[in-house]
Design a protein around this ligand. Sequence first.
Ligand code: ADP
Ligand code: MN
Ligand code: MN
Ligand code: MN
Length: 345
Amino acid sequence: MAKYKLEYIWLDGYKPLASLRSKTQIKEFKSLPKLEELPNWGFDGSSTQQAEGKSSDCVLKPVAVYPDSTRKNGVLVMCEVMMPDGKTPHVSNSRATIPDDPDTWFGFEQEYFFYQDGVPLGFPVGGGFPAPQGPYYTGVGYKNVGAVAREIVEKHIDICLDAGINLEGINAEVAKGQWEFQIFGKGSKNAADQMWVARYILARLAEAYCIDIEWRCKPILAPFNQPLDWNGSGMHANFSTKFLREKGGKAYFEKLMAAFNKYRDEHIAVYGPENHLRLTGLHETQSIDKFSYGLADRGASVRMPHSFVNAGYKGYLEDRRPNSAADPYLVAGRIVKTIQSVPTK
Ligand code: ADP
Ligand code: MN
Ligand code: MN
Ligand code: MN
C-alpha cells in the first residue's frame, strides 16, 4: 500500500470566466488508482460562487485521472461539480452539457501569454513595448524568447506526457511572451478534459517563476480598448466526426457550414469572453459579426485544410473563433450540437 496524493481539480462558478480550483486528499491504494476507485469528494461552494453559505456543500465527481510526475505518488483528478445528491450536475458544470460521442475528435490549439509584473514576459516593466512582431513566432534566441519561457514550456511538455496527456506540440507565437500548445483527443469530452488539466499543469508550474498565465484573448490593448498591432490569443478548435472523416463530401460540408452560420450567435456566446476585441478581421481572424469559411484561409471563421479539400471534403475542419480563455467543454458541446442538427443524408 502507498499513500497517494490525489489532486481533485474542478472549475469554479465565476463569470464570465470559470477558474481552476484544486485541493489534495491523501488516500491509500495498492497502486495508481483507477477512475472507478476514486471516491466523490466535496468542497465549500460558497467560496467559489457555486453555493450560498447556508447550504454550501458541492460534490466533486472524478471524471478523468492522470499521473502527476511532479509529486511522489501524485495523481491529477479532473472532476465535475455535482449538486449534493451527487447525481444532478451543478449549473456551472459545462462538461455535463456535451453530448456523448466517442467518434467526435477534437484538437485544440491553446495560445496564451506568460505574464510577469503586469506585462507580457519580455515587455519592459512599467510601460513601452519591445521590438514589433515578426521574429517571435517560432523564434529562437534570447532576444526573441527570453531566458525562462522555454524552460517552463519544456517542463510543461514533460509533465503532460508523463500524465498521459496527448500533447501534440508547442510553438512560440506571434507576440512576444506568447506561446501555444496543442492537444488532441478522441471522444467529445476527452480533449477538453485533457486541455483543462494541461492548463492546470502550466499555471501551477509557472508559480515558482513568479509568472502567471494570461488566458485572456486580447491582453495588449491601448487605453479605451483600442487594439494595438499585437496578436490576440485563440484556442482554435479542430474537429472531425466519423462521417466527416469517412464520407464527407461537398454537399454535406455546405449544409454543415449553413448550420454553423445559422447558429453563429450561439457559437460566439461560448467562444470566450471579450472575443470582440480579438475577432476584428485583423491578425488572422474573421470579424465577430461575420461567418465565413475558406480553403487554407486564416482570415475565415472556419478554415478547410488543403488535406480536407484534396480528399474530397473529407477529414477535419478548424473553427478559428474560440479564444484562449474559452471553456473547451462549452466549445466542444456547441460544435457537437450544431453538427448533430445536420442530417448526414
Ligand atoms: P495550425 O497552427 O496550422 O492551425 P496545428 O498543427 O497547430 O495547426 O494544429 C492542428 C490541429 O488539428 C491539432 O490540434 C490536431 O490535433 C488537429 N487535428 C488533426 N487531425 C484531426 C482530426 N482528424 N480531427 C480533429 N482534429 C484533428
Ligand atoms: Mn497551431
Ligand atoms: Mn497559433
Ligand atoms: Mn490553428
